[in-house]
Design a protein. Structure first.
Length: 257
């Protein structure tokens, strides 16, 4: 799946949150979006997800015009995680992840969850898929737990499993390393690289960004100020000084700590 943004501008009153932003996410590639707080990173995600309608510009998906609607994202093959975890406290971990794949249920998620007539097959399939995703992220042992009882790092894993349950071709990760330890960040990096799907990663942990991204887009005050490979971004004096500091230590996402 190829996602492209063409001259996207987003305004909120007199505030320009995105200013003529263009970028492309090729199939199977990992594109990082970095910049200081207020640079427009989350607004960019909200435009892709249909929560914000741009005042100018357009989006395409696989070359076709894209006018995203939040409730249609999973059907388009797009899934997103939030800066927080965004889990449903009234559901178990397993049920939370099942909700991520509800668009594939022929009988619907609620009938499957409640075990209504005709939903048994859907319910079994959703549970099997949810357990598979929880196993992928290393959280299967918490399937029956209430999210609120789990450590923050585990809840982040569950949120990631829920996104993966949609079986997306494009995964939008909004600060997935927030609140994780250095070892957990390295593990997350290995996991992201192993997905083999298109990923857009918004993240402040520069070691993770440098380790996993094929390309990095730098935003400042809503504008793209630099774009290129991690090496090109690292060697850009203006970017290094403004966003990365004097030195950037690259962590090999494929090498265990």
């Amino acid at each position: 799946m190829a996602l492209a943004l063409h001259g996207i501008t987003a305004r909120f009153g007199g505030l320009v949150a995105l200013d003529d932003v263009s970028m492309r996410v090729p199939p199977g590639r990992i594109v990082g979006v970095i910049g200081p707080n207020g640079a427009g990173k989350t607004t960019l995600f909200n435009v892709v997800c249909g929560f914000v309608t741009p005042s100018a510009g357009s989006l395409t998906l696989d070359g076709a015009p894209l006018r995203p609607k939040p409730h249609r994202l999973t059907a388009l093959g797009i899934a997103r995680t939030l800066q927080g975890v965004g889990l449903f406290d009234g559901l178990t971990v397993l049920e939370n992840v099942m909700a991520g794949a509800s668009h594939t249920a022929q009988a619907g998620f609620v009938p499957a969850l409640l075990g209504l007539p005709g939903s048994d097959r859907d319910e079994r399939r959703l549970r099997d898929l949810a357990m598979e995703c929880l196993t992928e992220v290393g959280a299967a042992e918490h399937a029956a737990a209430a999210p609120a009882t789990l450590p923050y790092a585990v809840r982040k894993r569950v949120a990631l499993a829920r996104a993966l349950a949609a079986r997306p071709r494009l995964l939008l990760l909004d600060e997935p390393a927030g609140g994780l330890s250095a070892e957990e960040v390295q593990e997350l990096g290995r996991f992201i690289k192993d997905r083999k799907i298109a990923v857009v990663l918004v993240e402040h942990h520069m070691d993770l960004v440098m380790a996993v991204c094929d390309e990095i887009v730098v935003l400042d005050f809503g504008r793209v100020v630099a774009a290129g490979t991690p090496d090109e971004i690292r060697d850009n004096p203006a970017v290094a000084e403004a966003y990365l500091g004097a030195e950037v230590t690259t962590v090999d996402a494929e090498t265990p700590a």
